[in-house]
Structures are given as structure tokens and as C-alpha cells.
Design a protein around this ligand. Structure first.
Ligand code: GLU
Length: 290
């Protein structure tokens, strides 16, 4: 398989040095392998995504010298995510969940560091796969309606209890995570927030990422090491959906002199600011200490 990689920025703000370092590594690895790269605009978080940030991130990456061959935008791909959800429901891997929790609002974004999805207590989990024993709280609505109309309900992926998911990360080394311990039944779909009949809700970051990596035949995923646990979740989705698992390379995160992750800093050293201060791309790259 020819090397195919991806850059997957979220257009929720300006790219900072931390993003740029990860994308620079992804670009370097694709070039070294004579491969191609996708630019995937992860714009599913409708509240926080802005078209002007999409334009800015592409411009900033180009300024740095990063180029790609293909582009896609997640908001164009809802029918594909919906098809994957249906497949997971039909195979007993997904179940509707009526719990309303804070983590729902966050689910379309990749979890970084301390904002990871909390372990789900299992309130709506069916007693066995394929057998939908929702709690009485499901109310009057016919369960079948809920199941076939994604907009009406949230959905979770049923993780195999206590199964260890192991993979070899090309940078971070051997990794193991235990389903049900390191993470629980995670959200794969968030129900519609409006009454608009066209609103079918949204896939979570985990589902959209697994579907897109497979659709674009990504052979290697390069991203920050705060997403290692998400990789374990995505491997479970890949297995359930019959996808191939790519290779993974999780980069170290850039920290400031006090050890604070850059994204957590308010000034966050936006590429644009450095550029406006007169720094050249070469001077910015020098800061990566690669
Ligand atoms: N859009 C995600 C982020 O910015 C990318 C996650 C990924 O590379 O899978 O954190």
C-alpha cells in the first residue's frame, strides 16, 4: 500500500506552534515515504468551527511549507457517518442512550489530556448485544423509531468488557488499554439539537475519525500523544466496521519552558502571531527542536 497520511486540524481557532510541529512531522514522514497527504477539515463542532479558521489554517500550513494532495471536509460527509452508525446498530455494537450528560456537548471534538470522556456508568447499556433492554426512562417513543432514526437519540459503542487493546505505536512504543477500565462505552452519535427534520445529529469525533481514515485509506496516522487512548477506541470501531487498522505515530507534545502544554496557554503562540512579528518559516521550524 502506498503511504497515505492526513493532517486533521479543527477550525476552532488559529493554529499554534504545537499543531504546527505535529503537522510538520506528518508532512516529513509522508514526504520521506514518497506518499500523499489529505487535509481533513474537522469542522463537525458546529458551535466552535468557523470558515475563517479553515481558511487561516490552510494558509498558515502553506506558509510554513506544508503541502497536501487531497482535501475533504467532515461536514460534507454526514451520510457516510450515518451509514456506519446503522451498520454498528445492526451488528449490535451500538445502542441508543438517553442519558443527557455534559460529555455529549464535547463529543464532536477530539479529547485532549484532561477533557477525556468520563467512564459511562452503563445506564442504557442493553443486557446483551442485540437485545435492547432500555430502562423505563426511554419513555413512550417506540424503540424501533429511536433505533432507525439517528437524529432522535444519542448512541454509544458497546465496548467488550475487560478486553485489552494492544498496538505498537511507531513513536510511543507498545501500548495497551483495557476496555471498560481505561474507557467505557463511548459516544459515537449525538442526537439532533434542533427540531428541523433534516437534522440527523452528528457523529462523535471517534466515529468520524474511524470512518474517514478508512475511506481515505490512510496507512499511517500521525497526531499528538494525548490521543493514544482514542486510538484504542478507534481500533475497536475499525474491527466492528470491518476496516483495516492503520499504523500510528503519536508525537510528543510541545510544552513551554514551564512544562505547560501549549494548547492550554492562552497566548498559545499562534503561527500567525509569530509571522506578524516578522519570524520566517525557517525560524519557526527551528523552535520545534526536532
Ligand atoms: N481534529 C483533531 C484535533 O485537532 C485531530 C485528531 C486526529 O488527528 O485524529 O485534535
Amino acid at each position: 500500500m502506498p503511504y497515505t497520511g492526513r493532517l486533521a486540524p479543527s477550525p476552532t481557532g488559529l493554529l499554534h506552534l504545537g499543531h504546527a510541529r505535529t503537522f510538520w512531522i506528518a508532512y516529513g514522514r509522508a514526504r520521506a515515504a514518497n506518499g500523499t497527504l489529505w487535509l481533513r477539515d474537522e469542522d463537525l463542532d458546529l458551535q466552535r468551527s468557523r470558515p475563517e479558521f479553515s481558511a487561516a489554517m490552510k494558509e498558515d500550513l502553506n506558509w510554513l511549507g506544508i503541502t497536501w494532495q487531497h482535501e475533504m471536509r467532515q461536514s460534507d460527509r454526514l451520510p457516510h457517518y450515518q451509514a456506519a452508525l446503522r451498520q454498528l446498530i445492526a451488528s449490535g455494537h451500538a445502542y441508543p442512550c438517553i442519558c443527557s450528560r455534559k460529555d455529549l456537548a464535547q463529543s464532536t471534538q477530539a479529547p485532549h489530556d484532561d477533557d477525556d470522556e468520563p467512564l459511562y456508568a452503563g445506564t442504557c447499556r442493553p443486557t446483551s448485544s442485540g437485545h435492547w433492554a432500555l430502562t423505563a426512562a426511554a419513555g413512550e417513543r417506540s424503540l424501533l423509531d429511536v433505533m432507525v432514526t439517528p437524529g432522535l437519540s444519542n448512541y454509544r459503542f458497546r465496548v467488550p468488557g475487560n478486553e485489552t487493546i494492544a498496538f505498537h505505536d511507531l513513536h510511543a512504543g507498545p501500548q495497551t488499554f483495557t476496555a471498560g477500565v481505561d474507557f467505557g462505552d463511548f459516544l459515537i452519535w449525538r442526537k439532533a439539537l434542533s427540531k428541523n427534520p433534516g437534522d440527523i445529529g452528528l457523529p462523535s469525533y471517534q466515529l468520524a475519525c474511524a470512518v474517514d481514515d478508512a475511506a481515505t485509506k490512510i496507512t499511517e496516522v500521525v497526531r499528538g500523544r494525548d490521543l493514544l487512548k482514542s486510538t484504542a477506541r478507534q481500533i475497536l470501531l475499525q474491527r466492528a466496521l470491518g476496516y483495516t487498522t492503520p499504523q500510528y505515530f503519536h508525537c510528543d507534545l510541545l510544552r513551554d519552558e514551564l512544562g505547560v502544554r501549549l494548547a492550554k496557554r492562552h497566548d498559545a503562540l499562534a503561527l500567525r502571531t509569530l509571522r506578524e512579528q516578522g519570524l520566517s518559516p525557517a525560524q519557526v521550524l527551528e523552535r520545534f527542536n526536532l
